[in-house]
Structure formats: C-alpha cells, structure tokens
Design a protein around this ligand. Structure first.
Ligand SMILES: Cc1ncc(COP(=O)(O)O)c(C=O)c1O
Ligand SMILES: Nc1c(O)cccc1C(=O)C[C@H](N)C(=O)O
Length: 430
C-alpha cells in the first residue's frame, strides 16, 4: 500500500462506488438487504444465473431423462470439459488444460499421486514440499498418497515453516529446494487464514530449476486473482468452485494440467477420464483422454456443475483483471480503515497488494466472539484459529460503502466490548 492519499470518509467510499464499473453485477446476486455478506472466501452467494442454470438442468432431467447426456443444451456428457474451457481464461490456460471434476481434495489425491508415480518412473525424488500453514485437507491427501506408495509421510512430506505464523516466504521455499531433493512443490496460491498471495511464477521457476514439479491449490484465488498458469509453466493446479466462483455448497471441483503432461496416466482412473471417443465402447482397456479430461474419474457431477455454468455468465460480463482490480481496491480500503479506526485490531494480511488475495485477516484476542457479534449485527464473516476474523469483500457483489459500514459495526463491537456477551469458543466449533 503506497502512501497515496486515502480519504477514509463514507462519502469518499460512496464516491468510489459511483466510479465502480462492476457495481451493476451486484444485482445478479441474492443478498439480504440487511446483511453485509463478507464470507465469499468460504461460500459465495447464489446468483440468479446460477439458480436458472440449475433449474434448467432439473427441467432437462424431467423432460429428457437419459437423453440429457446428448440432447440437453448444453449436453451433459462433456460438461466437465466444456466448463473447463469456460474457466480457462480466468486461469491463463488453454481450454483443454482445464476440466471441472471431482472435489478439491480428490483432485489433490489424483494429481499428487500422478506426479509421484511419474517421479518413480523417472527415478526422481519422491519428496513433496508443502508449508506449515496449509489447509489441513491438503496434507491429509498428500500423506495418504505417500502412504499408498509405501513412503513414510514423515520422511517424504517436508514443510516450509512460516517465520511469523501468518505468511510463508518464497525465499524459504527456494532455500528448501536448494537444500534438499524435492520432487513436487505443492503450495496454495493464497493462504486460507492470512490471505497471503504467493508468487506462483517464482515458485514454479524455482521448482523447475531444481527438477521438481510445481502444483498449486487455487481454492482461495480462482475467481478473484488473475492467474497465468500456462505462461508460468505450472505443472498442475486444483480448486473448488464454491468460493469466489459462487457455484454453491459442495459444487464441483476443478483442475489444470499443463499440456506437456497430456498422455500421463492419472493415479486415480475412472471411465469418465477415458478418451471420449471410445468411452462407450465399454472396453476393459483404459485409454486416458489426451487432455486434462483424463483426470476425471466417475460420472461428471452435472447437478453440482450446473450452477457454475450460470455463475460464469456473470464473470463473462467482465474480465478477471477487472475483478482483481476491484478486489485489491476493496481489501486496500478495508485494511486502511482498520488501521485508521481499530487500534485494538491487527491486520495479518500483507499490505502489499501483490502479496494479497481477496480476503483480509483481522486479528483480535477475542476474534471468535467478535465474529459472533458481527454476524448478529449482519456482517457475515468467519473465524479461524487462533485469533482471526476473515473478512472477504468479494468484488462482484461488495461495495466500498459496504466495507465502510462493516468496519463501523466492527469498531462499535470492539470499542464497547459487545463481544463479551457471547460464550467463548467450545471444542469442535467451526
Ligand atoms: C486451500 C484449500 N484447499 C481445499 C479446501 C477444501 O477442499 P474440498 O473442496 O475438497 O472440501 C479448502 C477449503 O475449502 C481450502 O481452503
Ligand atoms: N470449504 C468449506 C466447506 O466446504 C464447508 C464449510 C466451510 C468451508 C471453509 O470455509 C473451509 C475453507 N477452505 C477455509 O478457508 O477455511
């Protein structure tokens, strides 16, 4: 955040909204008038486009039955590949390098497994480099894939350690690559708690310089950050579609595989990853598709993919660059307002916009009870251990005035200690 003048007034926020080219897109979302929905980094809201797309598939199911696979509009059979092609521009990828399929966790399983198998074939090091601030499911999947190959996860999963408990230094990733034989670097593009955005290009370049594959979990960046996966030479990536892509709870996951790896046999095989031309020949011989579609496993999740088809119509009205520009402006304003008006809170997210995704980690000793008080006052956020309130001003449906008002509500809670009315966090509470 450079030292340029920032007017912290609400009038200035309203003026920024008048200049917002994305402002009209808010009307596509079902958002209660008395709420500030700032939890899109966990689950994005319903759009009329997503609702209509889901309703269309239900109608096709009713009217076409089995014929929907080939006669629905669009046909269900290649839904995964078609939606992958629609997502490609958000990722800087070629159409056939992207497919929507499985879930984030399953996609980590199959892709880490695939590249562990490749490393074994190549006689490479079967060590995976991750970090100690990762989202748990990533480690559960990587450790399982190592165990299934008879590799002790405690020996083969190495972690770059955070220096501050909030962020990971790319220098430390590079140092780990220099210090040990690594086969796969698997990192989040954006850290789920602090919202730090890692330098995907630099990490990929360093991985390749040391003979390692580079994979990324884009759960917290796709739909909010403009990626350039193919140009940066990323080997593979995974994501969910229920956050900034607003495809709904449990919606279908997605994955990217760089075209130089087409023809590699996926670790988790299934008939939906078979070459589409011969899939219904019902041969017992598995012939993987020669594109990212090969990493599909079972039948495409039509009902959980349909909302994504609609949601991407909203993205089609703008560009990911414009979405990113507004996201940065909103998180920048949020951080400045917290700095200005909330002396008792800390910001755990990097102030440098180039190192920040779409949400901000606001730290307070009573963060859990503060998050409850915020939600009771219509500011929908979430809490993450140990002391973080995550606030996500998602650019498609959040205004600068929303950010200003939400900070004002937070200020009142913190200054009056209104959070004290709430029970402390019990065990197992999300
Ligand atoms: C970085 C990251 N990976 C994966 C997941 C979840 O994986 P799945 O979509 O398989 O539940 C999350 C949370 O939604 C996450 O933050
Ligand atoms: N991904 C989630 C889900 O499927 C259900 C409920 C909550 C969530 C989450 O917010 C987890 C998310 N990855 C996180 O950043 O904490």
């Amino acid at each position: 955040m450079d030292g340029d003048e920032f007017d912290p007034s609400r009038e200035a926020a309203v003026a920024r909204d008048r200049e917002d080219p994305l402002a009209a897109l808010r009307d596509r979302f079902s958002l209660p008038d008395d709420e500030f929905y700032m939890d899109g980094n966990s689950l994005g809201p319903l759009s009329t486009d997503a609702e209509e797309s889901l309703a269309r598939v239900v109608d096709e199911w009713r009217e076409l039955g089995i014929r929907g696979w080939t006669d629905a509009d669009p046909e269900w059979f290649d839904y995964g590949e078609r939606l992958g092609a629609r997502l490609a521009p958000l990722l800087g990828a070629d159409d056939d390098e992207v497919v929507v399929t499985n879930s984030t966790t399953v996609n980590i399983h199959t892709l880490v497994g695939t590249f562990l198998d490749r490393l074994r074939e190549e006689g490479g090091p079967t060590t995976v480099l991750a970090n100690d601030l990762d989202f748990p499911t990533d480690h559960y999947a990587i450790r399982a894939q190592l165990r299934q190959r008879g590799l002790d996860p405690d020996d083969h999963l190495h972690l770059v350690e955070s220096r501050d408990g909030r962020t990971v230094e790319e220098d430390d990733v590079v140092a780990a690559l220099e210090a040990e034989d690594v086969g796969i670097v698997f990192m989040p593009s954006v850290l789920y708690r602090s919202g730090q955005l890692l330098d995907v290009e630099r990490i990929t370049e360093a991985a390749h310089e040391h003979g390692a594959y580079a994979g990324f979990d884009l759960a917290h960046s796709i739909g909010a950050v403009d990626h350039d996966l193919s140009a940066h030479g990323v080997d593979f990536a995974v994501w969910c579609t229920y956050k900034y892509l607003n495809a709904g709870p449990g919606s279908v996951g997605g994955l990217y595989v760089n075209e130089r790896h087409f023809g590699t046999t996926p670790a988790l095989a299934g008939w939906w990853g078979n070459d589409k031309e011969t899939q219904f020949d019902m041969e017992l011989t598995y012939t993987p598709a020669r594109n990212a579609g090969a990493w599909q496993i079972g039948t495409v999740h039509v009902l959980s993919a349909a909302p994504l088809d609609g949601s991407l119509d909203v993205f089609a009205e703008t560009t990911i660059e414009a979405v990113r520009e507004k996201s940065v402006a909103l998180t920048d304003a949020l951080i400045r307002l917290v700095d200005e008006r909330l002396p008792d809170c800390a910001v755990g997210t990097p102030r440098d916009a180039a190192r920040r995704g779409g949400h901000v980690a606001i730290e307070h000793p009573e963060a859990y009870r503060v998050s409850l008080a915020l939600k009771d006052r219509g500011v929908v956020v979430d809490f993450r251990q140990p002391n973080v309130v995550r606030v996500c001003p998602a650019p498609l449906y959040t205004s600068h005035a929303d950010v200003w008002d939400a900070v004002e509500i937070l200020r009142e809670i913190v200054e009056t200690e209104a959070y004290a009315e709430y029970e402390p966090r019990g065990a197992g509470v999300t």
